[in-house]
Ligand binder design. Structure first.
Ligand code: MTE
Ligand code: MO
Length: 436
């Protein structure tokens, strides 16, 4: 087996669906180890341990018991079957590309990116959201029921992608979660417009930025530290699609994705979409919370040579994410019958922009064919593409997909713009197919 195939098998072997698909090489047992998530996974965890956990209520949310963490079989997070766990302290898990095939990403297939420890024992009825800050006319606190009663409800499909998605391809490597391609998804979110709530409270003329504070706690256990508090320029906050959401796909947002309330600011790095939302501040300056300053979610303002040491003052804050696409069908590693057309498909998205075209190649980028491309369901939702490919003779092929946005910018074939923290890798996605 080549290195590529070994990599693919390792990546996909955690998927319990693997057993009933034709794939090359070694088959691993379905998942045997389960991650522990407070409230939802206790029974599963006890079963896996073969013992009850007397101090379960003291176990930090998301912590995987050492008895299970010590083996090297893959993890599974209850409610997130098939996701690949990259880290359990804090929990970070990504979705294999073929599990992102749905137009609207189901809750179980939305990646999890936690910077700290999620709040336990959430009481939705008692949850409050405070709106304030130096550029707010006043400070107002809302319960979730008040938000629901006082403002119009809106639902949008909004794609959410971690700024570090694709980091694993950086050379020299960048530290942080080694996401491959699956820190992205496009669920349908329901809530109220951030704009409606901010305007009700009152926005002063000197407002520059809108930022969040949340209920998760710092992984170190230090209660004085905030794991993450980020924001966006006021214009982005006031867009119609910037939501304070309580539902995902018509149900409560999953605990790991921010229940009971979160921000969803589509098209920008996922880190601006604050989960477990407790406070919003209208700022008279660029927000300076944790993970806003230094080199977090920033890239060199001008391109640098790979491995460069970049002075702090030469970094710029990431805004819109770049154009990108995924091949979500077929699953990498399948065998395709020779002589038959193979229907392939995926999604494409482009941050604040729209995708204008998607092309696919089966000859390593030498020639390209144009794929059919659907309109987004709404602004800032990903777009479905489809193409039919035919393999001329038996052997090994790759399907490559390449999207172009409405400003004419298209995905590079190889890692673009190396940067020290490993953000914004929008290189083309490739999957392997064997024609037989
Ligand atoms: N409160 C809080 N909000 C957060 C985070 C976090 O750790 N804490 N992670 C951010 C990051 S970096 C990303 S990419 C997205 C991930 O959202 P998801 O876990 O629902 O997929 O949430 C963002 N919002
Ligand atoms: Mo992120």
């Amino acid at each position: 087996m080549s290195k590529l195939y070994r990599g693919l098998h390792e990546l996909y072997s955690a998927d319990p669906l693997a057993a009933d698909e034709r794939t090359w090489g070694r088959k691993t047992d379905p998942v045997t180890r389960r991650g522990f998530l407070k409230g939802s996974g206790l029974v599963a965890m006890s079963t896996a341990l073969g013992a009850s956990i007397p101090f379960a209520d003291r176990l930090p949310a998301g912590l995987i018991p050492a008895a299970l963490a010590a083996t090297d079989s893959p993890f599974e997070i209850p409610g997130k079957q098939g996701l690949i766990v990259l880290n359990d302290r804090p929990v970070n898990a990504e979705t294999p590309a073929h599990l992102l095939d749905d137009d609207i990403t189901p809750a179980k297939h939305l990646f999890v990116r936690n910077n700290g420890v999620p709040p336990g024992g959430v009481d939705t009825a008692a949850w409050t959201l405070e709106i304030g800050g130096e550029s707010a006319e006043r400070t107002v606190t809302f319960t979730i029921d008040e938000l629901k009663a006082r403002f119009r409800h809106h639902s949008y499909a909004l794609q959410l992608e971690c700024g570090g998605n694709g980091r694993s391809e950086f050379v020299p490597p960048a530290s942080g979660n080694q996401w491959t391609v699956g820190a992205v998804g496009c669920p349908e979110w329901t809530g109220v417009r951030l704009k409606d709530v901010l305007e009700e409270v009152g926005i002063r003329d000197d407002a520059v930025y809108v930022a969040y504070y949340s209920a998760d706690t710092h992984a170190s256990g230090n209660v004085h530290l905030v794991p993450i508090s980020r924001g966006v320029p006021i214009a982005k906050a006031l867009e119609n699609e910037s939501l304070i959401a309580w539902a995902m796909n018509g149900e409560d947002i999953p605990a790991m994705n921010g229940h009971p309330l979160r921000l969803v600011v589509g098209g920008w790095p996922g880190s601006v979409s604050g989960k477990w939302l407790k406070r919003i501040v209208i700022r008279d300056r660029v927000h300076d919370g944790p993970k806003m300053t230094g080199t977090s979610y920033r890239v060199p303002c001008k391109p640098v040579a790979p491995g460069s040491d970049v002075p702090h003052e030469d970094f710029c804050i990431i805004e819109s994410m770049p154009v990108k696409s995924l091949v979500t069908y077929p699953r990498s590693g399948i065998e395709a019958p020779l002589g038959e057309a193979l229907a392939t498909r995926g999604h494409a998205w482009a941050g604040d922009r729209r995708v204008k075209a998607v092309h696919v190649s089966i000859d390593f980028g030498a020639t390209w064919q144009r794929a059919a491309l659907e309109k987004p369901r709404n602004r800032l939702a990903w777009q479905r593409w489809r193409a039919s490919v035919r393999f001329p003779q038996a052997g090994y092929y790759e399907i490559w997909a390449r999207a172009t946005d409405d400003a004419g910018v298209r995905q590079p074939m190889v890692l673009p713009g190396w940067n020290p923290k490993g953000y914004l890798n929008n290189a083309c996605h490739r999957i392997a197919v064997q024609a037989v």
